[in-house]
Design a protein around this ligand. Structure first.
Ligand code: ATP
Ligand code: MG
Length: 488
C-alpha cells in the first residue's frame, strides 16, 4: 500500500503542522502501515470527491444582492484565500467572474469552517450556500457556505502567482504550466477578445457573401518557395506542413468567388523574435473580380468591425484591466513603398529601393501616421511571392499590386492582386527560381479560366498583439510553438 504524500509546499500551511505531518509520514514509511487515518487525524478534512449529483445553479456573475437569501450552488477554482482567525475568505473563480465565500465560526458548521481552512489556491471546488449582500465583495454579494466539495485539491503551490497583470517569473516558466498560467485574468482576457475577433471576422465576411473553407495542411510542394517548410512522413513519401492556404484559396475563387479560411500555417522560422511562431493562425481571404485596392478597402473595414466589436463585447474586461484598445478611423493612412523608402532615407535609415522593410527600420520613422494601422502599398515585385501581380504600367513590371497592413512597426497582413494567367505565372516562377513542374497540380487549373482575383493573409496572433497591446506573440497564443518549444 502506498503511503499518502503529505500535501506540503503551501506557503500558508503552518510550519508546526507541516513538521507534525512530516514526522507521521516518516513513521509511515518506516513501518509501512496504512496511514489514511493518521493523515485524517491531522485535519485532512478536505477530501477529493466526485461531482455526483452536484450541478451549478448560478455563475459568479449571477450572485448579487438581488439573489440575497437564496440558496445557490457555485463551482470553480480557488483564486485566493485569506484567513483572519475566526473568519475565512475563499475567492472562487468561474468562467464569468469571481465570488467570495465567507466562513465565520459560529455562522457555518464547524466541519465546513475547518474544511475551509484547508482550501488552497487552484483547488477545483464546489460550494452550496446562502447568498448575502456584502458591499465589499465582488458583485456586492457573498456566499455563506453550508457544504463544500473539493473535486480536485491542488497538490503544489504554482511556481508563479496568477493575480495581477504581470508575472514575477519568465515566460518559459509560465509556458511550462500554460493551463495554470491561463488562469491569470489579464492573459485569459486576450483569448476572450480573440473569440470576439473571430466571431466578428466570420460575421463580417458572411455579410460580404464569403464562404468559409478548409484546405489541406499536408501538402506535396511548397506554396511560395521561400519560407522554410516542415517536412513530414506521408506514408512512403516526403510531404510538408502547409505554410499558407494561398494556392488553394486562389483556385477556389473559380467555383465560389469569395472564400476565406481561418486555420493554421506552419513555418520553420529560424529566428527567435517576439512576432514569429512556427505554428500560427492565419485569416486568409480571397475574392474574385477585384484588385488589391478593393481588398485593401475590405480589410480596413474588417479591422474596424473587429475593433468595434471588441470594444462593445469586451467592455467590462477592457475597463477593469485598463486596456488601451486602438482607435480606428477609416481610411487608414497609405504609403507607397517608394515614398516610404524616401522618407526613411531622409530620416537617416540605411535602406535602398528593393530592400524589405524591417520593424527596426520602421521604428526609425518619427511619423505619427505610422503609429497605428496603416498600409504600405506597391512593393517591388522582387520581394513578393511569384503569384503577386506586377503593375503592368510600371517600368519592367518592377512594382507589384501589393500591400502590407501594418500596426506601428508590426506587419499584420500581406495582400495583393494575384496573377490569373498561366503564362504570366510560369514566367514569374522562373524569375524567382522556382520549377513550374513542381506546381503542375496548381498550374493545370489555369487552363480553365481563373477569374481576376485578389486577397490577403492576416496573422491572427499579430492582430491580437495590436488590439490588446501585447509585446510577445507567445502571449496571444495558447500553446506557442517556436524553434525552442514543442511542448506542452
Ligand atoms: P514577416 O515578414 O513578418 O516574417 P511574412 O511577410 O513572411 O511575415 P506573410 O507570408 O506575408 O508573412 O504572411 C501573412 C501574415 O501572416 C503576416 O503578415 C503575419 O501577420 C502572419 N505570419 C506570417 N508568418 C508568421 C509567423 N511565423 N508567426 C506569426 N504570424 C505569422
Ligand atoms: Mg508579408
Amino acid at each position: 500500500m502506498l503511503c499518502p504524500r503529505p500535501r506540503q509546499g503551501f506557503h500558508e500551511r503552518s510550519s508546526a503542522l507541516t513538521l507534525a505531518l512530516l514526522s507521521k509520514v516518516k513513521l509511515c514509511s518506516q513501518v509501512q502501515t496504512p496511514t489514511t487515518s493518521v493523515v485524517k487525524a491531522l485535519g485532512d478534512l478536505l477530501q477529493e470527491e466526485e461531482l455526483g449529483q452536484w450541478r451549478r445553479t448560478h455563475y459568479s456573475s449571477e450572485i448579487n444582492p438581488s439573489a440575497s437569501d437564496s440558496e445557490v450552488l457555485a463551482m470553480g477554482w480557488v483564486s485566493g484565500v485569506r484567513d483572519h482567525g475566526n473568519i475565512r475568505f475563499v475567492m472562487l473563480r468561474d468562467m464569468r467572474g469571481e465570488i467570495q465565500i465567507t466562513a465565520k465560526r459560529g455562522e457555518c458548521s464547524d466541519r465546513v469552517f475547518d474544511m475551509i481552512k484547508e482550501v488552497k489556491e487552484h483547488t477545483s471546488l464546489g460550494v452550496r450556500g446562502k447568498v448575502r449582500s456584502q458591499q465589499k465583495a465582488p458583485n456586492g454579494a457573498e456566499i455563506v457556505p453550508l457544504e463544500l466539495k473539493a473535486f480536485s485539491v491542488s497538490k503544489k503551490a504554482a511556481p508563479f502567482l496568477i493575480q495581477g497583470k504581470t508575472s514575477s517569473v519568465g515566460i518559459d516558466t509560465r509556458l511550462d504550466l500554460r493551463a495554470v498560467d491561463l488562469r491569470r485574468i489579464s492573459l485569459s482576457t486576450i483569448f476572450r477578445i480573440r473569440q470576439t475577433a473571430l466571431n466578428a471576422i466570420r460575421e463580417f465576411l458572411a455579410r460580404q457573401q464569403f464562404i468559409e473553407v478548409n484546405t489541406p495542411k499536408m501538402i506535396a510542394t511548397a506554396t511560395e518557395g521561400g519560407a522554410a517548410l516542415f517536412p513530414i512522413f506521408y506514408y512512403d513519401r516526403e510531404a510538408f506542413l502547409a505554410q499558407s492556404p494561398q494556392l488553394y484559396k486562389e483556385q477556389l475563387t473559380m467555383a465560389f468567388e469569395n472564400v476565406f479560411e481561418i486555420g493554421p500555417i506552419f513555418r520553420a522560422e529560424p529566428s527567435r523574435t517576439n512576432r514569429h511562431l512556427s505554428e500560427a493562425t492565419s485569416v486568409d481571404v480571397e475574392k474574385a473580380f477585384v484588385d488589391y485596392g478593393d481588398v485593401i478597402a475590405l480589410l480596413e473595414r474588417m479591422v474596424l468591425h473587429i475593433v468595434d466589436s471588441v470594444k462593445e463585447k469586451n467592455r467590462d474586461e477592457i475597463k477593469s484591466l485598463e486596456l488601451k484598445i486602438p482607435t480606428v478611423e477609416l481610411p487608414f493612412p497609405k504609403y507607397t513603398y517608394s515614398d516610404l523608402i524616401e522618407r526613411l532615407q531622409e530620416a537617416g535609415e540605411r535602406i535602398h529601393w528593393g530592400d524589405d522593410i524591417s520593424p527596426q527600420v520602421m521604428k526609425g520613422l518619427q511619423d505619427e501616421r505610422t503609429n497605428g494601422f496603416y498600409f504600405i502599398t506597391d512593393w517591388p515585385a522582387s520581394v513578393k511571392p511569384f503569384y503577386v501581380k506586377p503593375k503592368s504600367d510600371s517600368a519592367e513590371e518592377r512594382i507589384s499590386e501589393s500591400f502590407d497592413l501594418m500596426y506601428g512597426s508590426l506587419e499584420l497582413s500581406s495582400g495583393s492582386t494575384r496573377i490569373n494567367r498561366k503564362d504570366q505565372l510560369v514566367a514569374r516562377m522562373a524569375k524567382q527560381g522556382l520549377k513550374p513542374e513542381a506546381f503542375d497540380y496548381h498550374l493545370r487549373v489555369f487552363d480553365y479560366g481563373v477569374p481576376p482575383h485578389a486577397g490577403f493573409g492576416l496573422g491572427m496572433e499579430r492582430l491580437l498583439m495590436a488590439i490588446t497591446g501585447t509585446e510577445n506573440i507567445r502571449d496571444t497564443t495558447l500553446y506557442p510553438r517556436d524553434i525552442d518549444r514543442l511542448a506542452p
